[in-house]
Design a protein around this ligand. Sequence first.
Ligand code: ZN
Length: 259
Amino acid sequence: MAYSDEAAKLAELIEAAQPAVALTGAGISVPSGIPDFRSPGTGLWERVNPFEVAHIDAFRRDPRRFWQFYSQRFATLRDKKPNGAHYALAELERRGLLAGVITQNIDRLHSQAGSKEVVEVHGSIARCRCLACGLTVPLEEAIALIEGDPEGVPRCHRCNAPLKPDVVLFGELLPLAAFARAEALCEQAALCLCVGTSLEVHPVAGLPELTVAKGGKVAILTKGKTPLDDLAALKVEGDVEEVLKGVVAALGSSAARAD
Ligand code: ZN
């Protein structure tokens, strides 16, 4: 496979700066047909204000209205498939070149692509949780509960409380254990590879700085400017899928040269 100079440079950096960790955002899932709600003109989020409707207060105040919206979110996400960028990161991990993937995405696509060490700092649609008793219910079961409830609210079978998607809603803190794991990965990394993230949402946006503080490097593969561009050893603006497939191809050929 042909690959670009940028992919070759990124491959070189990944090989030289080990261990490496990836930090991914909405941009890596755009080729899978999942719109980034921060970019204008994209579907579901165009018609509602996510900060209002996907807020923990909205869930507590009016679970019925919350689930009217969130069940659509489930419907748009449940059948999406990983793309070449997700598979490329899984392949890098398989080859021992990536210690893990920290993701802001809730779409489960890294795990579906075969990545093993996945830290979902904003949670995942894989489960719903009862805030009253802690019961968790897998996605498909939650969808059946939504479909079977006259109000469209999935309820805990133990205490009848409305279930909440196990994702971080606006107004909620990040899951402590996941974020601590993300911090540890970034502190230990010689390279933090940021993919498809505008690095604007804190505290996740501060993670690459932990790598730099410990003497590591940052590479950024995303469209548009980010606040960390000046800090980055390499900034690539190309298509995430194309570039990461190119990285895998470039690494393959450099290994062949070494034989
Ligand atoms: Zn319960």
